[in-house]
Structure formats: structure tokens, C-alpha cells
Design a protein around this ligand. Structure first.
Ligand code: G6P
Length: 366
């Protein structure tokens, strides 16, 4: 009913708009003015994290994309090697388990069959993991019951099949984990300050809702779309493409922008919209030259860019200015316009936004 949806037309839109509040819930009690507290996820966490020498992250779908972002953060900040894998692949192979390796599962539902089977398989391994951590949105699930440590994402109930607030709160939990594993107090303090600003940053991004609704009209008659990003924005591009596929039934694919020339450039013409994410980070200049490659071939570009990026709307390129956010928060902030884009394209096409065909919220069978 309309009341359940808080006045919004769909649960998905409500859940997109709940993100500032959900993210604030996620960090509260875990981040002080100067630190990120491992003790907030249990009395044994600090001792365990102090011993971690490697990390394996395993998940499915949108949750897997959150894991892919975390690899950039964890390796850059804590210098701990981090592998990220699909649960359905991990569970049927024979991976090397390094010494003192933390096994992390990510799941909104805590009941995804492949993720749960991967956890059970990890625990059964003779070469043993140091400990298991579940980052989960639903309390009292198989995943949380069977893991040594649990970090709840605290997004609240997510009804829309296409995951939104569960994803951004997973990202924030992974950023908290990154901080908990970082042994440098000054870096932890800087990260704590950034995290405490995440809800304000997201609220500013949500102001783009109407501009994105207008932009979405240009996608209604399209069959395909390409999403580009570099660095931690590459998995965000994957998530943007997944959202569009799930609810608007457009064929969408994500590419690391540097890989354009190795194939997808052949697809570029005026019927293939190319969506790029360009925060003002160390990858910006590289992304800009990739955009030139698309323009030179008559492609139509839609770019979500930092207001200071120097990118402007012109022939063949539409730029949507994003409010400036610190680098570390960019994956969380730039997820939001892609959620909104998928949402508005789906509404314009008249698909069943909250219950897309052939998909389930929680996949409890293999
Ligand atoms: C289903 C849902 C996705 C979700 C995936 C993993 O496919 O439709 O939105 O990302 O399962 O679910 P989980 O609950 O483990 O995060």
C-alpha cells in the first residue's frame, strides 16, 4: 500500500531515499570522532583483526560487487592481500587458503544458498581459516548463526528485489572493516571523519533525482547500454549495469574503461549509450581519455562527474554534476545516480520495478 511505501510510488524509490538515514545507522556506535572501533562488532574482533594476514570475500549478485570495491580499499589501506569471488564458483573449487586468512561473506538476506554453502565449505577446509565474518542485513539468519563474527549492515527491511540500501550499507561496513584492519592511527582518524560525513554527502546526491528522471527518457527506446569506470568505480559500473538489467530489462554491460579498446569500442555508435562515472580522483585523466575514444566514434556519452572534473556538456556528451565527495566515499556516492537512472528508466518503460520478472529477492535454492 501507499503507506507502506512512505508516500513513494515504489519500495525501490523509498529505499533509495532512505540511504542517508540507513548509512548513519550503520556507522553509529562504531565510529568515534577519531577512530573506528573493532570492539563494536564483538569482544574477540580486535584480537582476530590484529592477526589477519589475508582476506577472502565471497558473495553473490549485488553483494559480490560490494566485495569487489572492498578489495581496492583493503589492499590500498591495510596492505592485506584480498581476494573476492562469487560464491557459486568458490564452493566448487579447491582454493589455496593462506595463513591467518579471514573469510568474509556478504549477504543482504543471510540465506543465499550458494553463499551459505561457501561458508560451510570454508569452515570444513583442513587448511583452516583464521575466522569467519558475516556482513549481513537480516538478523538471525543461517549466515549470521554460523559465522564467528557478525557485522550487521542495519539498512532495515529491503523489499524491492533490486538491492539498493543494502548495497550502500554493505559498502560502508566494508569501509569500517578496512579501518579496523588499518594499523595506522592517523589514517583511521581521517577515515572516521570521512565516514561521519557520509549521510550528508548522500543527501546532496539525492537532489539529482529529478535531473536523472529527465535523463532517463533518453534510454527508454534503447536496447543496450555500456557502463564505464576505473579503479573502485569499475565495480560500481558493474552494479549500475546490473540495476538496469534487473528492472528495466535493457542489456547493459560494464567495462573497466581501460579495456574499451580491447573489444567494446566495436559496439559504439549512436544507438549505444555509454554511461561513465568520473569522480575527481587519481583515475580522472585516464577516464577522460577513454571518453574521447567513445566520442571520436560517434558514441553518446552520459557522464556522472565531479563538479570540478572539468567535463562539460557538449555535442555527444551530457554531463551530470555530482556534489564533491572525498575519494574514499565516491563508490558509495556514485552508486546513487545509477540506482536512480535504472529506476526512472524502468518506470518510463512500465516494468514491474519492485518485482522484476524471473528474479527473486532471496535465492535459497541452488
Ligand atoms: C538475488 C537478489 C539480488 C542479490 C543476490 C544476493 O539475486 O535479487 O539483489 O544481490 O540475490 O543476495 P544476498 O541476500 O546474498 O545479498
Amino acid at each position: 500500500s501507499a503507506t507502506e511505501k512512505g508516500g513513494y510510488r515504489h519500495f525501490m524509490l523509498k529505499e533509495i531515499h532512505e540511504q542517508p538515514r540507513a548509512l548513519a545507522e550503520t556507522w553509529q556506535g562504531r565510529v568515534t570522532a577519531r577512530d573506528i572501533l573493532a570492539s563494536s562488532i564483538g569482544p574477540t574482533a580486535e584480537e582476530i583483526f590484529g592477526r589477519v594476514e589475508a582476506i577472502h570475500i565471497v558473495a553473490c549478485g549485488t553483494s559480490h560487487h560490494a566485495g569487489l570495491v572492498a578489495r581496492y580499499w583493503i589492499e590500498a589501506m591495510s596492505r592485506i592481500p584480498c581476494n573476492v569471488e562469487l560464491a557459486s564458483e568458490y564452493r566448487y573449487r579447491d582454493p589455496v587458503v593462506p595463513k591467518n586468512c579471514l573469510f568474509v561473506t556478504l549477504s543482504q538476506s543471510g540465506e543465499t544458498a550458494d553463499t551459505l554453502a561457501a561458508l560451510r565449505y570454508a569452515k570444513s577446509r583442513e587448511d583452516g581459516y583464521l575466522a569467519t565474518l558475516a556482513i549481513c542485513n537480516k538478523p538471525e539468519t543461517s549466515l549470521t548463526r554460523e559465522s564467528d563474527l557478525v557485522m550487521m549492515t542495519r539498512a532495515g527491511p529491503e523489499i524491492g528485489v533490486a538491492s539498493t540500501k543494502a548495497f550502500t550499507t554493505q559498502l560502508l561496513c566494508l569501509l569500517l572493516l578496512t579501518g579496523m584492519l588499518d594499523r595506522r592511527p592517523d589514517e583511521r582518524a581521517a577515515l572516521a571523519a570521512n565516514i561521519r560525513g557520509v549521510d550528508t554527502a548522500l543527501a546532496a546526491v539525492l537532489e539529482l533525482d529529478e535531473a536523472i528522471r529527465k535523463l532517463a527518457e533518453e534510454f527508454v527506446d534503447k536496447q543496450h547500454a555500456l557502463f564505464l569506470g576505473r579503479g573502485p568505480m569499475y565495480p560500481i559500473a558493474m552494479e549500475g549495469a546490473l540495476k538496469l538489467k534487473e528492472i528495466s530489462y535493457l542489456h547493459a554491460e560494464a567495462y573497466a574503461a581501460g579495456e574499451l579498446k580491447h573489444g567494446p569500442l566495436a559496439l559504439v555508435d549512436e544507438n549505444m549509450p555509454v554511461i561513465a562515472i568520473a569522480p575527481n580522483n587519481e583515475w580522472l585523466e585516464k577516464v577522460k581519455s577513454n571518453l574521447q575514444e567513445v566520442r571520436a566514434r560517434g558514441g553518446k556519452l552520459y557522464v556522472f562527474a565531479d563538479a570540478e572534473s572539468g567535463l562539460n556538456t557538449g555535442p555527444g556528451i551530457t554531463v551530470l554534476d555530482m556534489p564533491h565527495v572525498d575519494d574514499i566515499l565516491a563508490p558509495i556516492a556514485y552508486t546513487v545516480p545509477l540506482q536512480l537512472l535504472a529506476y526512472h528508466v524502468a518506470v518510463a518503460k512500465g516494468t514491474d520495478v519492485d518485482q522484476p520478472r524471473n528474479l527473486a529477492k532471496s535465492v535459497t535454492v541452488e
